[in-house]
Design a protein around this ligand. Structure first.
Ligand code: CS2
Ligand code: MN
Length: 348
């Protein structure tokens, strides 16, 4: 049985726990301690406080998205061991307090990237879009751009960081990821935490920085870096799916029990390296959401799933991609597909 979850950004999130609990079929919350800088150990009392708040709303706290990876680890800098130790300490504390899955990513400097955050669609809703031509002209060192998933670096810090990356190749990034995983997965095997890497979004290089978690060839390579089941995936349909060569249902069938967390969202490919974030329903975008849910059912997926970015609808304002309404519609739609697939199979 898959477990439906919803991302919550903490006390400052206008989408409150009280609202989230009213979405039918909601099992739990996916969350993080966003004020703690990457690389620092999470204080145990903060973890407990977070868990208690979520449980008081009748929800579970079994998935963290994300424990961010310090840039020194990705760069392979001499101080990385300290940050890896800190990461492991956080994992131990999370496991002790009931967390089962930890989502993270290995994208240099920037998390997900879009060229426009509130693009008006014909129906009046607003969506995040990506147009490669425009993205290529954006320069985070000059322009005043910052996206919700980005760390808040000032321009000097950013410049220093990008300079450090100048000599980091894709192969270096692979080596640094392996080095990180070899230490971290050992701890996960001991404390029973499943690590779930989030694919790069979009799955190609941006701002000249290497990106490696992008397609099937590289996901195969990733899973072989450390063969433990605890070295697994967050399969984000929207991130991988903007490359038409990535067949999401096929990937689900291929990776099966290495998928611990599913981000299910639709996207509409509008050109070469161009896409819009569509409503979740299959006919609204380029992905067949029914086939995605059917593949999850067929591989016996019993992990966590969440709707991913939503559009802004019904006049809602708030954090781009993370309003209540469209994501709630998404959760309900995914639950509906799942119920249909389950019933279809039990009638046979
Ligand atoms: C998320 C990512 O908002 C999103 O699209 O899917 O920001 C995700 O949380 C991180 O990449 C995971 O580390
Ligand atoms: Mn995602």
């Amino acid at each position: 049985m898959m477990k439906m979850t919803f991302r919550w950004y903490g006390d400052h999130d206008p989408v409150t726990l009280d609202k989230i609990r009213q979405i039918p079929g909601m099992y739990g919350i996916v969350s993080s301690l966003h004020d703690i800088p990457a690389g620092e150990v999470w204080p145990e009392e903060r973890i407990i406080e977070h868990k208690n708040k979520i449980e008081a709303a009748g929800l579970t706290f079994e998935v963290v998205e994300s424990v961010p990876v310090h840039e020194s680890i990705k760069i392979g800098a001499p101080d990385r061991d300290q940050y890896i130790d800190n990461y492991c300490t956080t994992l131990r504390r999370l496991a002790k307090n009931g967390v089962k899955v930890v989502c993270y990513n290995f994208m240099p400097v920037f998390d997900w990237m879009r060229s426009e955050l509130n693009h008006k669609l014909p129906d009046g809703s607003e969506a995040l879009i990506y147009v490669d031509e425009i993205a290529k002209t954006m320069n985070p060192l000059v322009a005043d751009i910052s996206l919700p998933a980005w760390e808040n670096y000032d321009k000097d810090e950013l410049k220093a960081l990008l300079t450090k990356y100048q000599s980091v190749t894709e192969e270096d990034l692979w080596n640094n990821l392996k080095y990180f995983l070899e230490k971290v997965i050992k701890v996960c095997d001991e404390v029973k935490i499943k690590m779930a890497i989030h694919p790069d979004d979009p799955p190609w290089s941006i701002f000249g920085l290497p990106r490696i978690i992008v397609d099937e060839t590289n996901l195969d390579r990733f899973l072989n870096l450390v063969p433990s089941v605890n070295n697994g995936l967050t399969l984000c349909s929207g991130s991988l799916g903007v490359n038409p060569k990535n067949n999401i249902p096929e990937m689900i069938r291929r990776y099966g029990d290495r998928i611990h967390f599913m981000h299910a969202r639709n996207i509409k490919i509008t050109g070469e390296r161009c896409f819009e974030e569509a409503a979740h329903k299959s006919e609204c975008g380029s992905l067949d959401m029914y086939e995605i849910i059917r593949a999850l059912y067929d591989v016996g997926f019993d992990g966590y799933i969440r709707p991913d970015h939503g559009r802004m609808i019904w006049g809602e304002t708030g954090q781009a991609g993370y309003g209540l309404f469209d994501r709630a519609l998404g959760a309900t739609y995914l639950n509906g597909l799942y119920e249909a697939v389950v019933k279809n199979n039990s009638e046979k």
